[in-house]
Design a protein around this ligand. Structure first.
Ligand SMILES: *[C@@H]1O[C@H](CO)[C@@H](O)[C@H](O)[C@H]1NC(C)=O
Ligand SMILES: *[C@@H]1O[C@H](CO)[C@@H](O)[C@H](O)[C@H]1NC(C)=O
Ligand SMILES: *[C@@H]1O[C@H](CO)[C@@H](O)[C@H](O)[C@H]1NC(C)=O
Length: 364
């Protein structure tokens, strides 16, 4: 009897614990709120991008890379069997159209599943290195390509994998073969990933990688996501999407990080872009976590873009720049700016290009 009672207590405690973890997960990751549309004056959907535009990186000369076709555990994909692609968009053109970048032979295109991206520009040799997080066959790698502007192609240079990088979400390049990566899951296997998140375990981290040294530089997060660097390359910004937190950390010469501050936002921020001129942060966000996972064409996940000014000051200014209830754009994951142009990308849907300089039409 005593044993049975003890067993009962243990089971009850375990269920209570699991229940509490799950409620935590529900209230955080499945965050969901009504979206009031905020329109921008001059926006249009980019032709040819219909299967996601999860991350966007814009070069100083206005050429934008857009990663498309992400297949991610539990999230929808409108083309689950179609390999991913990288699009190029020239923002200097009046009416830019995305073109698919060709990728050099020897790289397995059929399993290409691109996710976060970053660029490193070698100023002396004028070489652009494009870093792409890839999930071939549910794995996790970083692919480094050399961009050839002459023939719109990517030359594959190397594939990086590491034990400390079991599941990479996003990266920020530091050199031709070094980077910080957000490691969103501790586990590699999809089932374990789901359990990890349902139990709301703080096992997500940030890892520094170079060919000579790999180390965890920040840990104890619920779901690290977008990562980027300040224009002077002194601060690292990254998102814990589940905790609705934007972390600012100081980067030291030995590449270790120390916490500076945490800004909480009222939305699920995904990727981060940093305006190279102003230093403002732009985030593509999910106002509807629940609707993202339980995709229902009658009840669509919305999109939201926020801008954060003066992040290091005592009073950062957070502005909701764009919002849509899903009628135009579903599941926005990134917002990147170049000279008054804004590209809003999505996990599995379309991509929007807006002109922020266009004056609002006075209808009176
Ligand atoms: C693009 O041009 C470079 C030389 O400029 C060449 O090495 C490369 O193979 C070309 N790529 C493709 C996909 O044709
Ligand atoms: C890295 O540099 C920081 C700042 O100078 C220092 O506090 C820290 O101890 C260093 N870490 C290692 C592992 O050397
Ligand atoms: C979403 O916004 C559009 C445009 O304002 C509106 O027509 C539509 O009814 C809204 N949908 C929902 C589900 O609120």
């Amino acid at each position: 009897m005593g044993k049975l009672l003890t067993f009962g207590v243990v089971v009850a405690a375990l269920l209570g614990f699991l229940g509490e973890r799950f409620l935590n997960y529900r209230s955080k990751m499945l965050y969901d709120r009504e979206v009031e549309n905020i329109e921008l004056p001059n926006c249009r959907l980019l032709k040819g991008i219909d299967y996601g535009s999860e991350d966007v990186v814009i070069l100083p000369n206005g050429l934008a890379f857009i990663s498309s076709g992400l297949k991610f555990p539990l999230l929808p994909s409108f083309a689950p069997d179609r390999p991913g692609e990288i699009f190029l968009l020239d923002l200097n053109e009046n009416d830019p159209k995305p073109v698919v970048l060709r990728i050099s032979r020897g790289f397995d295109l059929t399993s290409f599943n691109p996710h976060g991206m970053s660029v490193h520009i070698d100023e002396t040799d004028n070489v652009v290195y494009l870093f792409v997080v890839n999930h071939p066959n549910h794995g996790s790698t970083v692919e480094i390509f050399k961009f050839d502007e002459e023939n719109n192609s990517l030359l594959h240079l190397k594939t990086i994998t590491h034990d400390l990088l079991p599941s990479i979400n996003d990266i920020v390049a530091l050199g031709p073969d070094s980077f910080y990566a957000t490691v969103d899951f501790y586990f590699r296997a999809t089932t374990m990933k789901v359990i990890e998140k349902l139990l709301y375990l703080p096992w997500s981290s940030v890892v520094y990688y170079s060919p000579t040294e790999v180390k965890e530089v920040a840990s104890g997060f619920y779901f690290t996501n977008g990562i980027n660097i300040s224009p002077a390359r002194k601060y690292i910004y990254f998102v814990d999407i589940a905790d609705r937190a934007l972390h600012v950390m100081e980067k030291h010469d030995n590449n270790s990080l120390t916490p500076v501050k945490v800004l909480t936002v009222e939305t699920l921020a995904d990727n981060l872009d940093v305006d190279p001129i102003t230093g403002d942060l732009w985030a593509g966000c999910h106002p509807n976590g629940w609707k993202l996972f339980v995709y229902d064409p009658e009840n669509l996940p919305g999109s939201e873009v926020i801008r954060i000014q003066n992040i290091l000051s005592d009073e950062p200014v957070v502005t909701q720049v764009y919002a849509n209830n899903g009628s135009v754009l579903q599941g926005s994951s990134v917002a990147a700016v170049y000279e008054g142009k804004l590209i809003v990308g999505t996990v599995f849907h379309k991509a929007l290009l807006c002109d922020l300089n266009e004056p609002v039409q006075d209808t009176e």
